[in-house]
Design a protein around this ligand. Structure first.
Ligand code: EPZ
Length: 419
């Protein structure tokens, strides 16, 4: 696997487009299984997780055609109702095939999902929700089996607004008889994007983005054409790169509405930020201001997926900051690696205390998971000297062109070793 080598200290400047959202395209690809026909999905990012989804779709019998960022899925030929362990383990999002395959085929059998090691990542909320609409679920030796004994809509309440579980029940309930009401669902933009795609397929869903989603089941869904929303976490990543290098970065093909919580914090850190419908422009301050307390929360709160990059940015603040990670149990693994570059971070449980330093120093570091890996690249961009980042397979799962985009903004960054 290649490494990323960075000669830090260059101010980023320029404009870069943001690619389609990983966390939107993955559930939407799983949702194509529901349609008895061909779906065409535009704006698909070039990511390992997208490749993994296409591998699952082909394995269960769908025909896939990829042209650039467009993926055509013909699900009329679907035949298999099981997904092998090795395919499930490649990513967390594989679990969203549970809802769509169960609804389309009446049964499904798969292993538990993989994904970044951020804590236990159980699937109890997914299972509880499916059982509320008559799906019989059996879990044993790390495999999940479902059967639609009586597939009737019901009342689903989430005590935690799980993104994946909301997506699973939205897909399954689209084909259940009668009405399903979901209270306290996840409200992320990716949930709204999934609702938009499912309704284009003929589903009858309303309320995505609010505290209550109502689904009126229909007997059959057809294929549909859709363009996924821009990736709000890639946008947050690139804005953090801008503030950390003291640069001026413009993002195009993005949606500022989706990153309000991030731009609000960046402004508190001293950045000047201007937005229009599809673009965000950031001017970095002379010195980053500390943030007394930053808490990650479900949308529209500050996104946990931007926490690692914000931790990296706050290592350079003119004072002490505190971050409370409230979504995942173990999401500060990047702290130890940042400390190798001279950062001063103390973590205890779900809290990190970050004492700002004047500068970071280049060092060899290792990505342990997707967003922590991106945070290490950002730290390398502003560190003095050379940094090398290993573990880049984690980064490839969620960033389609991180190195190329940073190069286009003037960074001295390259891939070394075999890709
Ligand atoms: C999605 O993961 C995203 N992944 C994550 O992005 C994101 O961090 C997360 O939502 C929260 O926004 C995709 O969309 C592919 P959850 P998901 O279910 O669905 C607990 C990235 O970097 N939980 O909302 O797995 C869980 O343990 C990735 O792009 C249960 O207890 O997130 C966690 O603590 C990382 N039981 C919390 O809820 C369940 O059945 C949030 O999980 C499900 C979840």
């Amino acid at each position: 696997m290649y490494q990323i080598e960075i000669a830090g200290g260059r101010r980023l400047a320029g404009s870069v487009p943001v690619h389609g959202a990983k966390n939107s395209v993955l559930p939407i690809l799983a949702a194509t299984v529901l349609g008895n026909g061909t779906s065409v999905i535009h704006g698909c990012p070039n990511l390992d997780d997208v490749d993994s989804s296409c591998e699952i779709l082909e394995y269960i019998g769908c025909n896939i055609k990829r042209e650039g960022s467009t993926i055509c899925v013909d699900a009329s030929t679907i035949g298999k109702s099981c997904i092998p362990e090795e395919m499930m383990h490649k990513m967390r999002s594989s679990i969203t095939f549970l809802g769509s395959m169960t609804a389309r085929l009446g049964t499904a059998e798969m292993g538990t999902p993989g994904g970044c090691e951020l804590g236990p990542r159980p699937i109890d909320l997914h299972i509880q929700a499916l059982e509320k609409i008559g799906v019989a679920v059996k879990e044993r030796c790390g495999r999940v089996e479902t059967r639609c004994d009586s597939f009737v809509g019901g009342e689903v309440h989430f005590d935690f607004p799980s993104v994946g579980a909301t997506e699973n029940i939205m897909m399954a309930a689209s084909l259940a008889r009668g009405e399903t009401v979901i209270t306290n669902p996840a409200k992320e933009p990716e949930i709204c994007d999934l609702q938009a795609f499912l309704n284009k397929m003929g589903a009858k869903i309303s309320g995505a983005g609010t505290d209550c989603i109502v689904i009126e089941g229909v007997p059959v869904l057809h294929g549909a054409e859709h363009r996924v929303i821009p990736d709000r976490i890639v946008a947050a990543t690139y804005l953090c790169a801008g503030i950390m290098t003291g640069g001026t970065v413009e993002l195009t093909e993005t949606n500022p509405e989706h990153i309000h919580a991030v731009t609000a914090v960046l402004r508190d850190m001293g950045a000047s930020i201007y937005t229009n419908k599809h673009a965000v422009l950031l001017y970095a301050p002379q010195r980053i201001k500390p943030i007394k307390l930053l808490r990650t929360m479900p949308y529209p709160g500050f996104p946990t997926d931007a926490q690692a990059m914000m931790t990296a940015a706050l290592t350079l603040a003119d004072g002490t900051s505190m971050i409370e990670e409230n979504i995942f149990e173990n999401r500060f693994r990047h702290a130890a690696e940042l400390s190798k570059m001279g950062a001063d971070i103390t973590t205890r449980g779900n809290v990190a205390v970050i004492r700002g330093v004047k500068r970071l120093v280049g060092a060899p570091v290792t990505a342990m998971e997707l967003r922590g890996g991106a945070a290490l690249v950002l730290a390398g961009l502003c560190a003095e000297g050379i940094s090398t980042v290993s573990g880049t397979s984690h980064i490839d799962r969620g960033y389609g062109s991180l190195v190329e985009d940073m190069q286009s903004l003037g960074a001295e960054i390259r891939k070394i070793g075999k890709a």
